[in-house]
Design a protein around this ligand. Structure first.
Ligand code: MTE
Length: 325
């Protein structure tokens, strides 16, 4: 979010991964995994995706890859996995893009998620218990950051609606607030007192139960690397990337829109709704086009990031509301 004089995309980046190459690699991974199981090696300590630092202590590694939901495919090649894994925003570990190494300090087990607020009965659940209860699938989604870069990635996870159904919100709940962990010793970025920690995001219940809202637990056919927000993050692809909160520990069902992290810092630039729209510029830059990670190509940005058919109706009757910032 902070402007940099020499953005890291000036570094050479190899081309994006066409979908068929990804799938070839995926079946290879599956084969390797099978071989390892047969050989008696515990999965989760193997680092299957060479070069990608993903959670070696993750006991959910055996769940991946999961079956792809063919409804959610792409109009563009997938971003190369190594590029997506090395160009991140995770302010808890630093306010720059190269936090993948620092993010390895994130401890992802034990990991407990609290469901609270306006629900039938508040409860906590461990991530591995949650994973057992959720219908895992893979979806290929576009991702558009407010900073005007974009990627296209295969997320694994489950529809957020399944989590909302498990939470059983009361009729009075209108929004769900989501919060990241708070631990200054583990995440030194949280020592920067001028940020309103913990990172908080929110959706309306209608948004959270829309088919596109997806809780992410894996990527590229394996568990989620820490820098992408392991073990549980959001993907709401019709909104700018900052809405997709990482490493969530709390879902609170509430009546009023929660005060979100970037909104608290700069409400004129980062609103609650933050729906992608090329016609509404950020106060400091145009949103008309986006730079594709990996190729550096500039392509036109699509309204709702191309997901208007699925989500535009959510905003019917909301004239006068700044939906696109
Ligand atoms: N979640 C937390 N907890 N902390 C963050 O700094 N950054 C957001 C979002 N979720 C952020 C976060 C922003 S600005 C973006 S663009 C995406 O994460 C980046 O996701 P990625 O690194 O997996 O590409």
């Amino acid at each position: 979010m902070l402007t940099r004089s020499r953005p890291s995309w000036y570094l050479p980046e190899s081309a994006a991964t066409p979908e068929h190459v990804f799938h070839q690699r995926r079946s290879l991974l599956k084969g390797m995994a099978g071989g390892l199981i047969a050989g008696g090696l515990p999965l989760g300590v193997t680092g299957l995706a060479a070069g990608t630092a993903f959670a070696s202590e993750d006991p959910s590694a055996h769940l991946y890859p999961v079956a792809q939901n063919k409804k959610y495919t792409l109009d563009r090649p997938l971003t190369d996995e190594h590029i997506a894994a090395k160009y991140n925003n995770f302010y808890e570990f630093g306010s720059h893009k190269t936090i993948s190494k620092a993010a390895q300090a994130l401890k992802i087990r034990p990991w407990t998620i609290e469901i609270k607020g306006l629900v039938e009965k508040p409860f906590t659940i461990g991530i591995d218990d949650l994973l057992k209860r959720m219908p895992l699938e893979e979806r290929l989604y576009r991702f558009r950051c407010v900073e005007a870069w974009s990627m296209a990635v295969p997320w694994s996870g489950f529809p957020m609606k399944a989590l909302v159904d498990l939470a059983k919100p009361l009729g009075s709940a209108k929004f769900v607030a989501m919060r990241t962990f708070l631990d200054k010793d583990m995440a030194p970025g949280q020592k920067q007192f001028w940020y309103p920690w913990p990172y908080t995001e929110g959706l309306t219940i209608a948004e959270a139960t829309n088919e596109m809202a997806f809780m992410v637990t894996g990527i590229y056919g394996h568990t989620l690397p820490k820098q992408h927000g392991a073990p549980l993050r959001l993907a709401v692809p019709w909104k700018y990337g900052f809405k997709s909160v990482k490493s969530v520990v709390e879902f609170e069902f509430v009546e009023e829109a929660p005060e979100t992290f970037w909104w608290k810092l700069q409400s004129s630039e980062y609103g609650f709704w933050a729906n992608v729209n090329p016609e509404v510029a950020h106060p400091r830059w145009s949103q008309a086009t986006e730079r594709v990670l990996g190729t550096g190509e500039r392509v036109p940005t699509l309204k709702w990031n191309g997901y208007g058919e699925q989500v535009a109706h959510l905003y019917d009757g909301m004239r006068g509301v700044q939906l696109f910032r």
